[in-house]
Ligand binder design. Structure first.
Ligand code: SAM
Length: 245
């Protein structure tokens, strides 16, 4: 737990013919002195990430720019919401919890069944247009390397996601329609302090996460939240628990 990225998943250390992308790595995060060893992993499920040739270019399909194209191909534009994934990634990666070095793993599982490993040190483009450009590159080349160093920042990896998750972790699924609503800061106290925590959050607009690898399914509010807000609740609770200010 808490080793280098290569220690946790040898796939991140493989070399391949990767494309250099417009992404860069932040400097290694400062470790929180008060944080115990554990750490947190996120899996974002049912993410809408699909590339198609629209006109002359390959583009990331989204409901705003490609509504006519999608209808023409008998698809429901409302299902094409990569903006939800963009917001969710920014919420996780920008969190004080990540800056404190507590984010140990981040995976995106797409609606089209592609599994992507994201390096917690990535600085994701802040504008949606540039995010789309980066994701098109990733889905075509299968890897994105930093412009300012040797790090692999995003990579398509083998499934299932469970082979990338730490042994002995508590895997918690998040859903508004879960049978129990919990106060997350109290709920995480029921887990031993150094147990790795895996949170599974939906990155889609409708429906709920349907996975068979979680230990528990909880709601963290009595209201339906955006993925970004559900993630904010998780980050806040963990930052309080780990005394990250
Ligand atoms: C926009 S919602 C998806 C819509 C779906 N109807 C739902 O609430 O599950 C995106 C994700 O945020 C999380 N989420 C939303 N509201 C939540 C709540 N009250 N408690 C826990 N997770 C929630 C879930 O993981 C959900 O898949």
């Amino acid at each position: 737990m808490g080793g280098k990225e290569e220690d946790r998943d040898p796939e991140m250390a493989e070399s391949s013919d990767e494309e250099i992308a417009e992404a860069s790595a932040d400097p290694a995060p400062v470790k929180s002195l008060t944080a115990p060893d554990g750490g947190v992993w996120f899996v974002l499920e049912k993410a809408s990430l699909e590339v198609a040739k629209v006109g002359k270019n390959y583009q990331l399909l989204n409901c705003d720019d490609h509504a006519n194209f999608l209808r023409k191909h008998k698809r429901d534009p409302a299902q094409y919401r990569p903006d939800i994934l963009h917001q969710a990634l920014l919420a996780i990666l920008d969190s004080p919890m990540n800056k404190a070095g507590k984010l140990k793993g981040l995976y995106v599982h797409t609606e089209k069944n592609v599994l992507i490993q994201i390096n917690p040190h990535i600085r994701i483009p802040r504008t949606f247009k540039r995010f789309c450009g980066l994701m098109v590159q990733l889905l075509q080349k299968l890897v994105i390397r930093a412009t300012n160093g040797p790090d692999k920042l995003m990579k398509v990896v083998k499934q299932p996601v469970t082979r990338h998750l730490p042994i002995g972790a508590r895997r918690i699924g998040m859903s508004y329609s879960a049978p129990k609503v919990v106060q997350l800061k109290d709920y995480i106290l029921t887990t031993k302090e150094d147990t790795p925590l895996v949170f599974v959050v939906g990155a889609m607009s409708h429906g709920k996460i349907e996975v068979d690898y979680i230990d528990d399914l909880v709601a963290v509010s009595a209201y339906p939240l955006s993925a970004m807000w559900a993630i904010a609740r998780i980050c806040n609770a963990l930052e309080t628990q780990w005394n990250i200010v």
